[in-house]
Write a protein that binds this ligand. Sequence first.
Ligand code: ADP
Length: 447
Amino acid sequence: MFKKVLIANRGEIALRIHRACSEMDIETVMVHSTADADGMAVRLADESVCIGGPMAKDSYLNIPAILTAAAITGADAIHPGIGFLSENADFARMVEEHGFTFIGPTPEHIEQMGDKAVAKKTVKNLGLPVIEGSNGIVDTIAEGMLVAEEMGFPVLIKAVAGGGGKGMKIAETAEEFENSFKMASNEAKVSFGNGDVYIEKYLKAPRHIEVQIIADMHGNAVHLGERDCSIQRNHQKVIEEAPSPALTDAQRKAIGELAADTVRSMGYRGVGTIEFLYEDGQFYFLEMNTRLQVEHPITEIVTSIDLVREQIRVAAGEKLSFTQEEVKFRGHAFECRINAEDPETFAPSPGKITKYHPPGGFGIRIDSAIYEGYTVPQYYDSLIGKIIIRGSSREGCLMRMRRALRECVIDGIKTNLPLHARILAEEKFKQGDFDIHWLEKECLAKK
Ligand code: ADP
């Protein structure tokens, strides 16, 4: 097992990884930007190294500085966390070339799944159902138009390098197509340096359901059930739950096994998530994330498996500590993402937290690195924490979530806590009767 792990990330996820290491008696090195010197993850780590200025390109994306920090501190492995370099195949390759273990899949798998058009072809060949669309990249507007007219509108134009909902545009009609195509491609070029796009049928009322998988280097691959992430705004997840209220046990087992079989045939290692859209009883592959996900705690709650611990174990070459048969699902879990943002306009709201009282008590887990007096920097993602709720039933979870939201105090900055309370009051949410458009088109549209 590793003696020292360098954590190339920040905020709540850096702290989450530190906690897993700490329980495994592994020392941690936290690299950080000048803006994060006061971060709780930096304070709790065994060692810390400042690697650059506040802008991500100068610090959390600064590969030479991260590798140098690993060499100086004598780390054996690097955990990339979520975002930043976590799905950067070149980084994974360099980490290994410099003699450290990358806590994640092989660079080849990151590359293969990082190009969404290649990913779609790969999993289709392995038997996963995919959304109807172009056969890979579409080079010209004319070619795209042909595909779209054949399938029928509306269609979605998506960047092969896409992430975070960027480089994705709907064309409702043939008239809109040219403009949407150009917008998607330009946005992708600006955001990812790659303007390549592909086309998919736009599903009108799907749910977002994703399957958590984990595989070791000994040919074992298992699934840990699904998460329903249909409560979204701007293609960004807001609330997630496990299990999905839309699936039967038989459907859960079938899609889970299909996902595990897929990664087993790929020879994949590490944790990963296969995302699907689900409509009218059918699953359609969306993408595979070759890293830990923000919403991983709800899977931990319903399976009682520490995913980060297992991720570190398999990266060190150990066998999975459980078989598929040993994975037992119990109870229900929700996660509310707490963002430092205006609950009405959604504008980021960085600044100093003047008062902080997190909810607690039975069935509540808080994954966050904030504290009273902490200043949320303006440079990064607005996620500042997650309230994770455990309950024996979905209904019980909802009552507990309501109680947790009432208890939670975060003053000095604006947060989306009122948005969560608003969603929770909705009958459709309580009934589990929603799709990926419900939050924006129904709940928020009401005013
Ligand atoms: P990203 O990597 O940018 O997050 P995804 O492919 O994972 O992009 O899609 C993000 C979200 O966009 C999905 O959760 C869903 O809400 C929406 N979406 C993607 N593809 C489709 C589609 N074909 N039809 C309808 N909605 C879609």
